[in-house]
Design a protein around this ligand. Structure first.
Ligand code: HEM
Length: 442
């Protein structure tokens, strides 16, 4: 086998390990625990009293265990290809995975079981940081191959690089927060105010900008959109970061106002709601794909609006919770469901998505679950009119989202278990030839 093909095959195996790990974190430590938490909140009719360590275990598993793991896997694959970078050692991808994964597992188990948590929490954060630094050193340490013409960095790349710095800062902040908890706290949980402020950093300083960067790269091709406006998208990133700084300093109202401006500017810069220039490319995925991408952007705008409302008027955590899940489920998870099912089969061995219909069903259920959740959480938690009715809806929303997540995972896992597209075609051609031989012999 030529060295290039062998390298590509090994790289694809490593990426698949990252993606499957992310799916596992998403399913049990992330979503199942989230459903469990929501059902217990609903049965007690209040958020207060639920173990903060369990809530944080869920949030950490979703943000870092699922989406963070996906981003690292995709990062290893795509940054090494798109930026004129020479091939890096696949071993680095495995080393990073071998540090990162136990870090996330340790954090979750320490939060849930409380076992040796004063040691486990800082150790988990250190392992995660070490795994990330291997990735960071790998993608930032490579120069363009000698002799290759060095192209100026495109805006999407700058946004992704910026978001990657946000990732680093989020991990450092996490290390700081869990170390403080290890010294000061009575339970394996970060103090409430610090935890809520710090959440702005991974969500708006790292995850949302990462999606903006990859949207800038892929949506002109996938949705036929006009090329993004580089200056505007960078300005949107700057606004989001300024909002994070304000949130970290407790200036929630000012922060939320900037977030609204950042979201409006980013959607304008990426031409999300403009008329496309070319038809969308939906081969291999469900034709509704472009609509779900746009709906995710509606959720992002709703999340920014809800954050403003929460900063002004939240009393019992309902508006904050709704704003958080509008961005995490409505925007981030929906974007991973939509764009992920478009690109991951190709990244993990030139495969074709197993079922575009399951893709449609997963996206539909995710959006339905998110709408039920966001729509019910506010009146239920905040004690508005008909709160009792909305308490009954919340578990339904949780199970709907769980079903969506299970469908998404099953569709990808079956896709990975099937042979790559070229091998499948090869097998079909082979069996056609065999049939022809049988027929001529008869
Ligand atoms: C899919 C179904 C999900 C369910 C049922 C669920 C449930 C919950 C519940 C009950 C809470 C406690 C606070 C509240 O009541 O609002 C919570 C908090 C949280 N969730 Fe989710 N969630 C889900 C998905 C997600 C996803 C996809 C993400 C991120 C990608 C996420 C990130 C978070 C974060 C960051 C917190 C706050 C943690 C903290 O306070 O430190 N959730 N979730």
């Amino acid at each position: 086998m030529p060295a290039g093909v062998e390298h590509e095959r090994r790289l694809q195996h490593a990426v698949m390990a990252w993606i499957v790990t992310g799916l596992i974190f998403m399913l049990l430590p992330g979503t199942f625990l989230g459903v469990w938490n929501l059902v217990s909140i609903s049965s007690r009719r209040q958020l207060e009293g639920l173990s903060a360590a369990w809530v944080q275990a869920h949030g950490h598993a979703q943000i870092y265990g699922w989406i963070g793991t996906f981003i690292l896997g995709i990062g290893f694959y795509s940054l090494s290809k798109m930026g004129n970078l020479p091939r890096f050692a696949v071993r680095r991808a495995w080393l990073s995975w071998a540090l990162w994964t136990p870090g996330v597992v340790l954090r979750w188990t320490a939060n849930i079981t409380g076992f040796a948590w004063r040691m486990a929490l800082p150790l988990s954060a250190l392992l995660e940081l070490a795994g990330f630094l291997v990735f960071f050193a790998t993608v930032s340490g490579h120069k363009a191959e000698s002799g290759a013409v060095r192209k100026p960095r495109e805006p999407w790349m700058l946004v992704v690089v910026g978001a990657t710095c946000g990732f680093l800062l989020a991990l450092l902040a996490n290390l700081y927060a869990v170390s403080r908890a290890a010294f000061e706290s009575q339970t394996p949980a970060i103090a409430h105010v610090l935890d809520q402020r710090l959440l702005a950093l991974p969500v708006w300083g790292f995850l949302v900008p990462t999606v903006w960067g990859f949207n800038a790269r892929w949506l002109p091709v996938f949705l036929g959109l006009r090329a993004p406006n580089g200056r505007q998208i960078l300005a949107a990133l700057a606004l989001a970061w300024a909002a994070v700084v304000l949130a970290l300093n407790g200036l929630a109202l000012f922060s939320a106002t900037l977030l609204l401006a950042a979201v409006a500017l980013a959607s304008f810069a990426l031409h999300i709601f403009h008329r496309p220039e070319r038809p969308a490319k939906t081969t291999g995925v469900h034709p509704s794909f472009p609509w779900f991408v746009r709906i995710a952007w509606f959720w992002l705008a709703a999340a920014a609006g809800l954050t403003l409302w929460a900063a002004a008027a939240d009393r019992a955590g309902g508006i904050w919770g709704a704003s958080r899940h509008a961005v995490t489920v409505g925007f981030l998870a929906a974007m991973v469901f939509a764009v992920g099912q478009r690109v991951l089969p190709a990244f993990c061995g030139a495969r074709v998505l197993f079922s575009p219909r399951a893709m449609f069903a997963s996206l539909l259920l995710l959006n339905l679950g998110c709408a039920l959740r966001v729509g019910s959480e506010i009146p239920a938690y905040e004690g508005f009119a008909h709160a009792q009715f909305f308490w009954h809806i919340l578990p339904v929303s949780a199970v709907t989202e769980l079903t969506a997540v299970a469908l998404f995972a099953a569709n990808l896992l079956v896709t990975f278990c099937r042979p790559p597209a070229h091998l499948a075609l090869h097998r079909i051609a082979h069996s056609v030839r065999e049939m022809q031989v049988v027929e001529t012999n008869q």
